[in-house]
Design a protein around this ligand. Structure first.
Ligand SMILES: NC(=O)c1ccc[n+]([C@@H]2O[C@H](COP(=O)([O-])OP(=O)(O)OC[C@H]3O[C@@H](n4cnc5c(N)ncnc54)[C@H](O)[C@@H]3O)[C@@H](O)[C@H]2O)c1
Length: 422
């Protein structure tokens, strides 16, 4: 019999996971029930997965009122709702939950969720998708094998991409720390999770500097207007012009932006007219210098670890492409990675390009696909080795590091000690 999965939150992430479940695992699992606060989302998505009316829910209250109706649950709503929905899910009795990151920007919340999961023997997996990719898995494997010796330092850069940053962190859902979380948590909990995973040693202290440097009113050029399509005189030379980004830009950015059509319009399938209307009237057509954003567009975090090693994370929103760079320096050798390509140099020995089997789509989407596969395996009973699974227990480390970084940044870069929460 097929295992049943319910999904709460039918936006980009929820539907992507459901797509992978259907494409790769339909012989083992089926989508049983759906929940979203938007009727449009239920109407769009339910037919694609043959979910009947009686298993479509317009609120989490009505969903949880049914008790446990599936073998597993995916929670892919926006950041601020994760804690309450996950708590409700555990208390209702769900034993296997896939929860989108970040868990919460409030420490008491993610710690209490961890404790609740432990008490109820719930496997709460957080979607730190990068860990599941072959590329990052290979890095971890090499570190664990001892080939580069003991880690001395890690230098990791998250180049968010100027168009991605503008979309998500200036105009979009993660622009304001009070409605979502600071960018160092929202965007970089993945990077901090990787650093913590590679180090395999608790983070002791953090220092951080950073700011909202560019996307603010005083940087608006003369002639700019609040909306790109509202008569802006400088849109022709502006890389952030919404009309160009969302409608006329060339291929590689268009690919990202196309994926975001649902975010702009609220509709699963959207026409050019829908997108144009959304840009004319909605958040995503706003001048990037005149939004209500407050999250950092650049932040540096330095970290020390119990094993004596150190790390630096550099997040910036200005690169031409979206990519992560990582330089891991050990006592015997180093690893240098650019998100898909990986090179290992052994001191006094050979240099080697490491090939990882992956579709040429970068760690993120590959990680998404493999996370879903791992989730299905666990759901179907393969729970032998959960060592590298991103459980809520493992997630606490990255979230602690992010919150400590924010505390440090807000106090001018002062050292903040990261407490052990056991
Ligand atoms: N793991 C990753 O790499 C990764 C990447 C991007 C985003 N995310 C995270 O995934 C989450 C979802 O992101 P998204 O881009 O899919 O967002 P989205 O806005 O496209 O989708 C969220 C959906 O949840 C629904 N929703 C909101 N509140 C709800 C509630 N209380 N009950 C039921 N449904 C509700 C919305 O109507 C919407 O359909 C976010 O927390 C985001 O930070 C994770």
């Amino acid at each position: 019999m097929k295992k049943k999965i319910s999904v709460i939150g039918l936006g980009n992430r929820g539907t992507e996971y459901m797509g992978f479940l259907k494409a790769f695992h339909s012989s083992r699992v089926e989508i049983h029930a759906l929940c979203d606060i938007r009727q449009q989302a239920l109407d769009d998505i339910s037919p694609k997965f043959s979910v009947p009316k009686e298993r479509q829910f317009i609120s989490t209250e009505s969903f949880f009122a049914q008790g446990v109706i599936s073998d597993a649950l995916i929670i892919s709503t926006q950041d601020a709702s994760h804690y309450e929905i996950a708590k409700q899910a555990i208390l209702t009795g769900y034993k296997l939950i896939l929860l989108e990151k970040p868990v919460s920007g409030i420490k008491e919340e993610y710690i209490s969720l961890r404790n609740l999961a432990r008490e109820n023997k719930t496997l709460l997996i957080v979607c730190h998708v990068l860990r599941y990719s072959n590329y990052y898995g290979k890095i971890k494997e090499i570190i664990t094998s001892g080939q580069i010796g003991d880690i001395v330092t890690i230098n990791h850069t998250e180049n968010v991409g100027y168009f991605h940053f503008a979309h998500s962190f200036v105009r979009g859902n993660w622009r304001n720390e009070f409605t979502s979380t600071p960018s160092i948590l929202a965007k970089c909990c993945h990077d901090l999770d990787l650093i913590a995973w590679f180090m395999n040693s608790p983070c002791v202290s953090v220092n951080s500097v950073g700011s909202l440097n560019f996307f603010k009113k005083e940087n608006a050029p003369a002639g700019a207007t609040p909306a790109c399509m509202g008569g802006c005189k400088v849109k022709k030379n502006c890389p952030y012009d919404a009309e160009s980004l969302y409608i006329t830009d060339p291929f590689y950015k268009a690919k990202f932006i196309k994926y975001m059509g649902r975010t702009l319009t609220g509709k699963a399938s959207n026409s050019k007219k829908d997108i144009k209307d959304a840009i004319k009237n909605g958040d995503y057509g706003r001048c990037v210098f005149m939004c209500d954003n407050n999250v950092c567009d650049n932040q540096l975090v330095t970290m020390t670890f119990e094993n004596g090693a150190s790390a630096v994370l550099n997040m910036n929103g200005f690169s031409d492409k979206m990519f992560r760079e990582c330089h891991i320096v050990g006592t015997k050798g180093e690893l240098i990675g650019y998100g898909t390509k990986l090179k290992m140099n052994i001191f006094g020995g050979k240099s080697k390009t490491i090939h990882t089997f992956s579709p040429n789509i970068g760690g993120h989407v590959e990680g998404d696909i493999r996370l879903v596969s791992r989730f299905v395996k666990i759901l179907c009973g393969d729970t032998k080795d959960l060592t590298d699974i991103t459980t809520i227990d493992a997630t606490v480390a990255s979230h602690n590091m992010a919150l400590a970084a924010e505390e440090s940044r807000k106090s001018g870069g002062a050292t903040v000690f990261v407490k052990d929460d056991e």
